[in-house]
Unconditional design. Structure first.
Length: 115
């Protein structure tokens, strides 16, 4: 179980979201590609459902309503007008789990240019 969590966290923390490489060279203030962010969010939820060991705990112990959280995240991603706003939406989704280890390390502009 611990290995699955470690693998998931490595994927989440170390691997940038796919759309970030498509956005190479764009400033964080530019409009996001909403469809790509929504696709990335669906992938994130899938990976969490398969690999995140604390998912059940977040539901039972924290009383997290995943449907409502997902719906709010999708709505917020659709309303995001900048890359920075879309990133904050994903970070807000993850922070709802109350797990300080569940984070995204976004690629720096230099990493985007080299991909």
């Amino acid at each position: 179980m611990r290995r699955a969590v470690t693998r998931f966290l490595c994927l989440l923390v170390l691997a940038p979201f796919p759309m970030q490489s498509q956005e190479a060279g764009k400033a964080s203030g530019q409009a996001p590609d909403t469809a790509a962010w929504l696709e990335d969010f669906e992938q994130l939820k899938h990976e969490m459902a398969v690999h995140y060991a604390n998912l059940e705990w977040a539901i039972t112990e924290r009383g997290l309503n995943l449907r409502a959280l997902s719906d709010q995240t999708v709505a917020s991603l659709k309303e995001a007008t900048t890359q920075a706003a879309a990133r904050r939406v994903i970070e807000t989704f993850l922070s709802a789990f109350g797990d300080g280890h569940l984070v995204v390390r976004w690629p720096s502009p230099q990493q985007n240019l080299s991909s």
